[in-house]
Design a protein around this ligand. Sequence first.
Ligand SMILES: [Zn+2]
Length: 184
Amino acid sequence: MSVELKGLCLKCPNCGATLEVAPDLNQFSCGYCGSEQVVLRRGGTVALSLIGDAITKVQVGTDKTAAELAIKRLRDDLTKEAVQCQNLISMAKIKNSSMDVWSPRVPFFIGFGLFFILFSNKNSSFGIVIGIIFIAIGIWIASAWRSQLNEYAKEASKITEAYKARCASISKEIDEKLNLVKSS
Ligand SMILES: [Zn+2]
C-alpha cells in the first residue's frame, strides 16, 4: 500500500502554473519554467516565493541593518573626534604654558626697572644698570609670552582644521548611509 502525500496546490509566482506542493517540501523548482521556489510556511499559511526574490529581500535587509549600524558607529566617531579635538587643544595649551607664570610679573619687572633708574643715586650708574636689566627682563618675558601665545593659536587652529575635515568626511559617510536606509 502506498501512502500518497496530498499536497497543496499553489501558483508558481514566476509563470503562474499550478503546482502541487508536498507538505514536507521546502524548496523545489517549478516543473514548467524551472524557477527555484522556496515554500514559506507562516502561521498556517503557505506561499511560494522565488528564491531570487527571497535572497534579494534578505540582502536589502542586511544592507539596511549594516547601514544603520554604520550610522550609529559613525555618530559615535563624531563624538570621539570632538573629545579628541578638545584633548589635543588642552595638550597644546599645556605645552605652551611655560610663560604663563611669568607673564603677570612683566609690569613689576618694568616698574622696578623704572624705579631704580628714577630714584637711585644719580652719581652712581649702579641703579641705572639694575633698572635697565629689570626692564630688559620684563620686555623679554613679554615677547616670549607673546610668541608662545602665537604658537598655541597656530597649533589650536591646525588641530581644529584637521578636526573639521574629519567631521566633514564622517558626516558625508553618514549622509550616504542615511540615503541607503531611506531608499531600501
Ligand atoms: Zn513556473
